[in-house]
Design a protein around this ligand. Structure first.
Ligand SMILES: *Cc1c(COP(=O)(O)O)cnc(C)c1O
Length: 417
């Protein structure tokens, strides 16, 4: 009997999942089986590797004080310290932090914040969002409504979702042809101008659209989007759940474009994969629209587990290690190695190689090419999980050169076998 229901899985036909008995560093230990190098860091969140002694210690130290308390009417030191820390390390101007328990909920809160911002400013007609093709923002209903409506995994729910405005995925690449960039920016300008009167905000994954198609785009596009959102009075929401905490080679992907969004969402790497947690940050301009004598103007949200003390303690330790151990340098090395080794994999079936920070992607023309890759990698001691037309590597930043080489060598073998 299938008591345990797996995600995105046809339970009837899927092969049984591998049982992991323990994990350490970049290795997953299969029960009664081999060790695998995890090439994708458990959906990219395990940034320091598994079972990290210092993170473990942060968890147990906090556990002895309290595992959890509600944030309604109460506060605690780890929550306040983490809020201060996030304000300090994120782009200048993001001064307020609202915690929640997952990236999807962090996105819901960002959308709600933008909607209520305009309500509080007596412009309730501004209640739509601009979103992008190839976007992925989570699995809950508000978030689903800003994911790619056709290619995304939520298309069957289309008729039940709020209707927003979708623009083409930015397709000019990281180093664009100026004409192509200009065309995309002109398109943005027209769309924002046309819809501004009923737009609450625009939501985008900065620089890298992740789960919706691993699309990389130019910082100049994001800079232009920031400028145009300000020009047309539309809130810019950047979803850094995938890109935050170094994944693209900067601490936050917004830094590539040197912008500050009005609202920003962090998740995944925030707690280094120890537990679900997210943060929605806002500027003081946004916060101040809620900061009134009128209780009706307050932000009406409050997840039970928001600012869980253990999550906050582990996040603080994670950020400390990231800085003290010069992780951005480690990520640069990963990028250099991926550029060398992944780009060296040649095959007629490969459409493109894309590498940025600790992200390496091989896109194939036909998704069928990747059938069997997961099993092939398993046999070679590597845990990879391609989806659609993408084979991707997003490892823990602590991965050693030899370990990363084993992953790229496995991919190379797959494409030449
Ligand atoms: C994973 C992801 C989410 C959703 O986060 P969950 O913690 O799975 O709810 C939202 N946005 C982006 C960009 C993501 O990559």
């Amino acid at each position: 009997m299938n008591t345990l229901w797996h995600p995105y899985t046809q339970m009837k036909t899927a092969p049984p999942p591998y049982e992991i008995a323990s994990a350490k560093g970049v290795y997953l230990k299969i029960k009664n089986g081999p060790r695998l190098i995890d090439a994708i860091a458990s959906w990219w969140c395990v940034i320091h590797g598994y079972n990290h002694p210092k993170l473990n210690k942060a968890v147990t130290a906090q556990l002895k004080k309290m595992a959890h308390i509600m944030l309604g009417g109460l506060t605690h030191e780890p929550a306040q310290t983490l809020a201060d820390k996030l304000v300090q390390i994120t782009p200048a101007g993001l001064n307020h932090v609202f915690f929640s328990d997952s990236g999807s909920v962090g996105v819901e809160i960002a959308l709600k914040m933008a909607l209520q911002y305009w309500q509080n400013k007596n412009q309730p007609e501004k209640n739509k969002f601009i979103a992008f093709k190839k976007a992925y923002h989570g699995d809950t209903f508000g978030a689903m409504a800003v994911c790619d409506p056709q290619e995304g995994m939520h298309r069957r729910f289309g008729s039940m979702l709020a209707k927003h405005i979708f623009l083409p995925a930015p397709d000019m690449g990281l180093n664009p042809d100026p004409k192509k960039l200009q065309r995309a920016v002109t398109h943005l300008d027209h769309a924002l101008k046309k819809h501004a009167h009923h737009l609450a905000g625009c939501i985008i994954e900065p620089i890298v659209q992740a789960a919706g198609g691993f699309n990389f785009y130019a910082p100049e596009y994001l800079t232009a989007l920031r400028r145009l959102c300000s020009k047309y009075n539309v809130l810019l929401i950047t979803d850094e759940v995938a890109t935050g905490f170094g994944r693209t080679g900067k601490l936050f992907a917004c830094e590539h474009a040197e912008i500050t969004p009005d609202i920003m969402i962090l998740g995944k790497g925030l707690t280094a994969g120890y537990m679900g947690h997210a943060a929605t940050l806002s500027t003081s301009e946004v916060f101040n629209a809620f900061y009134q004598d009128n209780s009706e103007a307050a932000l009406m949200h409050g997840p039970t587990f928001m600012a869980n003390p253990i999550a906050c303690a582990v996040a603080l330790k994670s950020i400390e290690i990231f800085k003290n151990k010069h992780y951005l340098k480690k990520i640069k090395k990963i990028e250099t190695q991926l550029k060398k080794e992944l780009s060296g994999i040649k095959s007629k079936s490969i459409k493109s190689h894309r590498i940025l920070g600790a992200i390496g992607v091989i896109e194939v023309f036909d998704p069928k090419t990747l059938i069997g890759l997961q099993e092939f990698a398993f046999k070679h001691g590597v845990w990879l999980r391609p989806f659609g037309a993408y084979a991707y590597i997003m490892p823990s930043y602590t991965i050693a050169k030899k370990e990363l080489n084993k992953i790229t060598a496995t991919l190379k073998k797959f494409f030449s076998h």
